[in-house]
Structures are given as structure tokens and as C-alpha cells.
Design a protein around this ligand. Sequence first.
Ligand SMILES: NC(=O)C1=CN([C@@H]2O[C@H](COP(=O)(O)OP(=O)(O)OC[C@H]3O[C@@H](n4cnc5c(N)ncnc54)[C@H](O)[C@@H]3O)[C@@H](O)[C@H]2O)[C@@H](O)CC1
Ligand SMILES: [K+]
Length: 489
Amino acid sequence: MQEILTVAQMYEADRRTIESGVRGEILMENAGQAVSDEIVKRFSPRAVSVLCGPGNNGGDGFVIARLLRDQGWNVRVGLLGDVEKLAGDARIHAEKWSGIVERLSPAMLVGADLVVDCIFGAGLSRDIEGDLAVLVTAINECPAAVVAVDMPSGTDGTTGQIRGVAVDADFTVSFCRPKPGHYLLPGKDLCGQCIIRDIGISADIVGSLAPDIFINTPEIWESYIPWPANSGHKYQRGHVLAVGGTHATGAVRLAARAARRAGAGLLTVLAEPAALSLYAQDAPGVMVAPMAKFEELMQDPRHNAVLIGPGAGVGDETRKRVIHALHAARACVLDADALTSFADDPSTLFFAVQGATVMTPHEGEFARLFDNLAGDKLSRARAAAKRSGSVVILKGTDSIVAAPDGRAVINDVFAPWLATAGSGDVLAGLVTGLLAQGMPAFEAAAMAVWLHAQAGQAFGPGLIAEDIPDALPGLLARLWQRKAHGVVM
Ligand SMILES: NC(=O)C1=CN([C@@H]2O[C@H](COP(=O)(O)OP(=O)(O)OC[C@H]3O[C@@H](n4cnc5c(N)ncnc54)[C@H](O)[C@@H]3O)[C@@H](O)[C@H]2O)[C@@H](O)CC1
Ligand SMILES: [K+]
């Protein structure tokens, strides 16, 4: 599993490593060595300007400068402040640099083919302003390639947010494990390619910090995939009830197709008489039932997963059905109108959550339900999961899946093609299809987000929502191959 460490955990990992007997000076040497290796791998010797800040990120810069110069590179070093004001490991490494130390300014960029950004890393503690902001803007405007050390300066490692201005890097080399800011937008875009290098912090020390944020890869959830048994039948693969609206009927039709492609054994769309035949004619494998039978069908435990929201309509009827389904402790996926229906009274919704429940808000729906949660996307999703007692998928390119117990994953597959009408309905259907087969809520939500993103990326330009369910068999086949034959994805 690919753990992500918060900035606070990263400092703690450094501290514990140093406490265990590895000198900080050595960690810094290793960090600088890792960056210079990555530079030498990509570029032939050329004019490089290493821009150093007043902390340990700057200390890394002095190591990089020395190692590149030892290999014959033409290196200039600029420092914010004086060498005498540097402390600890940064001071030690600055003193090993025997060349000139210039004042940090845009003049450092003149004639540079490569810029190494060691101004701020994990220690960025306020907005970049004044002359430094001018320098960062000049870095972004100059034609040289830019490599960022740890974080592109100005990008907050915890939130991925820009503090004032931020360096836009071609690639970023960070250490030990990625931080949230490497994956959250806009940080992910500013990093360019992100390379994580070992600098001598052991896996045991990382493990001792009990990381609970991960990149959303199959390792997180693949052992929970409800593959059908050879002797199995459809009744063992769950029966989804999907609440279909009268007007926006496309939403549940898309969701239903996704739920069935994800493997749900049976699926019934409930709808008012006016829309029933529309749902019935949509796909021969879909069953339909009149909405009046909702409560009766909910009494049958074989109907084990319920989807409410896409095209459902905002109001009393939707609210009642949501509360009914939650009280019946069915696996519930609540999307779109099911969430908006509780905008005035979210605590009633949260109080009713009992069984496996997944809420799939986009930012607008999230704001209606969790209006006083502020901060970065990851923290808000985690707080919302705790508050609601449900798994929350906070959608977007950098989708977060958060569980009430604190676990969270960040999606790292970018598929801008998914920004199209109906795409969210497909995601909700996917989650429901996996829940119906008994997959636990967090894993089902994370797998659905992964499948959705992979489908979007694989299909590429021209994608419409209808294409996503039809891309699923190929992806599921790859996951099946991986289980059966250990094929690497
Ligand atoms: N033992 C360790 O802790 C290691 C740290 N390493 C490097 O050290 C970095 C963290 O070092 P630090 O904690 O010293 O932090 P930084 O070097 O990122 O920055 C801290 C300094 O910047 C100043 N500062 C912060 N924001 C500012 C702003 N907007 N404008 C002006 N000044 C600002 C602070 O007052 C402080 O002096 C990591 O990113 C990594 O590159 C690596 O060398 C590996 C080992
Ligand atoms: K940096």
C-alpha cells in the first residue's frame, strides 16, 4: 500500500530516525544525493542555479550543489539570508560548499538552464510575499527547467494549496513517502512528475506512525472484491433497489447499468407509474416496480442495497425514503438529491445512519450538508465521514474517500474526460453494485472511484457517461487476472 504521511508525521519520522542514531546531517546528505541522482538521470551537465531558503530545504540545496559541481556541472548557489544565520544540518552542509553564495534574486535565473527550487519545503509556514513572490513569479516565467525539492516552494505540503504564489515545477523529488500536497490540487499540478526517494527512514518507523491516508491503489481493496463463487447464483450477488425519478430518468438508468456491470445479481428500479415503462424499456436485464411498493420491498432482506439520489427530486418524499432505507440498515448509497434534501436538517440524516452507508457529494452538495466544515479537501472529507458516520466520497479530480474510522484514500488517476453529465450517477451506481455483493463500504467506495477514474482515463477524449459502464468489463478482467495470475496492473 502506498502510504501518504502528513507533514507532521514526516517531521516525526525524521525525529524518530535521528533518535535511533542516524544523524540528521546524513539524512540531508541522502536527500541531496537523491535529488542530484534524479537530475543527472534526466539532464546532461548544464548551467544550474540552486535557490536555497533559510531552513533545511535550503540545506538540501547545498548538498545538491556540491554533488553536481563534483560531477562537473556549472553551479550557482543563491541563499535567502546569510550562511551564518543557518542552523543545524543546513549550516553544516552550507559550510561544505566552497563556492560563492549569491543573494537570492531573479538575477540567479539569468543564463540558467536548470533551476533547483530549495526555497521552502515542509516548513512553509506563511504566504510567500514581497521580493520572494517576485522571485517565484520569475522562476515560473523563465525558460529553464525547474526541479522542486520536497515541495514546489509556496505549495502547502498538508493541503496542496498555494500560499501566496508557488513554483510550477517540471518535477519534484520528495523523501520517504508522499505528502497530501503531492496529490491534492493544485499541488499535484505544480509538482509535475513526483518522485519519492528513500533517504534512510525505515519502514518500521513509518509503520510506527500508523499512517491512515493512502493513494487509492488496488492493494487497498482488492482482497475484498466479491468475486462470484463457481457454485454461486445471482441471489448471492445482491439485489439493488434503485429509486428512479420521474423526470431526470437518465440518471438512474446510468447508475443501474453501472451497478449491474459491477456485478450486482439483480436490480429493480422503483418508479412512479408515469416513468415505469421508460425504465423497463431501457435494458432487458433491469426489473421495475411501482414506487408505491418501496416500503414493502424494503421489508425483504434480499433487497440488500439501496441507491437514492440521482434524479430523485429534492423534497419530502426523497427524505422519507432515505430515512426508511437507513433505518432498515440496508447498504445505502446517497447521492445528489438525497443529500440536498437534507440541506436544512443534516443532523436528522446523520442520526439515521446505521449500516454501510456511502455519501457521494460533489463540492456543492458537500457544502449544503457540511456547511461549517472548512479547510482542505482531505480534512473536510475526513471530518464529514466522522460527523455523518458514513463513508464519504468527496468528488473531483482529486477525489477523496474517507471512512468514519479515519482512513482515507486520494485518487491519483487524472481523467478530465469524466467531467461530463451523468458521470457522477455512474459512480453512485458502481458503489451500489459493489455494496450489494457484500463489499465493505470504504473498500467499495475506493474501488468504485478507482474503476471510474481508470475507465475515464482509458477511454479518453470523447467520453460520455454511457461509455463508463461499458469500460468496466475490461478493467474488472484485469483485476481478475491479477488475482488469478498475479498480473501487475
Ligand atoms: N531531518 C530533517 O528534518 C530533514 C529535512 N529535510 C528537508 O528539510 C525540509 C524541512 O526543513 P525546515 O523544517 O527547516 O523547513 P523549510 O526549509 O521548508 O522552511 C523553514 C524556514 O522557512 C521560513 N519560512 C517559512 N515560510 C516562509 C515564508 N512564506 N516566507 C519566508 N520565510 C518562510 C521559516 O521561518 C523557516 O526559517 C524538508 O522539506 C526537506 O527538504 C531533508 O533534508 C531530510 C531530512
Ligand atoms: K522546495
